[in-house]
Design a protein around this ligand. Structure first.
Ligand code: PLP
Length: 339
């Protein structure tokens, strides 16, 4: 896997920034697909006989782990960068992340020649902080969890005049993430149920925009970690709600719901499941053993949802959204793999 940012490009200048940053829409996803196309080629989607056996269904896996940062989030960063105003570019960006959104913005900012500062909570895996630094962004480790880190990022944004990028509420990012499912549902219209991991809900919201426009027969099921249920609680109550965080899956470790994604999830999810860390670890094992793929915990949430869903029917689709497993995740995985 390479983490080399592409040469600076002006190809994205032809994208339609207004569609990208307006209200979430399918047109925004199409604009994002155009904006990222010169930087990020479409990722493969494969089926694996052993995985089909393990899940007892046909399963199509979309491989976002092969993205240059090892996760689907790079789509959102590249889409966002193409839609920034000249003032925002000059000011520089600041955001908050446990890792993959951080790498995404660092990668995209470097390619666009924009300064990026990333605030990461102390719980963020070191391998991800190292990757962000290597991509040229400034890393600030601060806060016990995402909420504390976000508060710090907003303070720095005010103090230093930086443009704060909210990872869950920025429509250009939602549109960028929707391109995963644009590719998947165009290539595999036979998919009947799509299981989508939820941290902030940006990927799931993008999936819903795409489904509504091109594949209305597809059921979308959100999957979040039992140990970090803020978006699930927000979805159930209809109000943005906070919740404690206790999961090893850093990509799912969000402590609050998000205003922009919440109504889309409320309207568009057929179901919303919570899965335990043990099932996420088991899904990591299944992906390694049956699909030759190293996924991080958040990256297998879709599969874990499919495995746990007693009402599952028909062809299943999910994206391995990330492969950036921490040292601890890899140690746990190898202990489970056996012979
Ligand atoms: C690998 C991975 N999968 C899933 C998610 C959750 O995505 P979202 O925040 O769009 O809900 C994240 C978030 O960082 C992630 O890194």
């Amino acid at each position: 896997m390479t983490t080399t940012a592409p040469a600076r490009t002006t190809a994205t200048a032809s994208a339609r920034p207004s569609a990208l940053r307006g209200a979430p829409s399918f047109e925004g996803v199409l604009a994002a697909a155009e904006a990222i196309s010169s930087t990020l080629p479409a990722t493969p989607a494969w089926e694996y006989p052993l995985l089909n056996e393990a899940v007892d269904s046909r399963v199509v896996v979309k491989h976002e782990n092969v993205q240059p940062i090892g996760a689907f989030k790079v789509r959102g960063g590249v889409a966002l960068m193409s839609a920034l105003t000249p003032q925002e570019r000059r000011a520089g960006l600041i955001t908050v992340s446990t890792g993959n959104h951080a790498q995404s913005l660092a990668f995209a900012a470097r390619a666009a020649g924009v300064d990026a500062t990333i605030v990461m909570p102390v719980s963020a895996p070191r391998v991800k902080a190292d990757a962000v630094r290597a991509l040229g962004a400034t890393v600030v480790i601060e806060g016990a969890d995402m909420s504390a880190a976000a508060a710090h990022a907003m303070t720095l944004a005010g103090r230093d005049g930086l443009h704060f990028v909210n990872p869950g509420n920025e429509t250009a990012i939602i549109h960028g993430h929707g391109t995963v499912y644009l590719e998947l549902l165009r290539e595999h219209p036979e998919i009947e149920t799509l299981y989508v991991p939820i941290g902030s809900g940006s990927g799931a919201a993008g999936a819903i925009l795409v489904r509504d426009a091109i594949a209305p027969h597809v059921r979308i099921v959100g999957v979040q970690a039992e140990g970090a249920p803020a978006v699930h609680r927000s979805w159930s109550s209809g109000r943005v709600t906070t919740a404690p965080i206790d999961t090893f899956a850093s990509g799912l470790a969000t402590g609050s719901g998000f205003e922009v994604t919440l109504p889309i999830l409320r309207e568009g999810l057929a179901d919303f499941m919570l899965v335990g860390d043990d099932l996420l670890r088991e899904a990591m094992r299944v992906m390694a053993a049956s699909a030759h793929t190293l996924c991080e915990g958040a990256g297998v949430a879709g599969l874990a949802g499919a495995m746990a869903d007693a009402s599952r029917t028909g062809v299943v689709g999910f994206a391995c959204t990330g492969g950036n497993a921490s040292g601890e995740e890899i140690r746990e995985l190898t202990a489970r793999i056996g012979q």
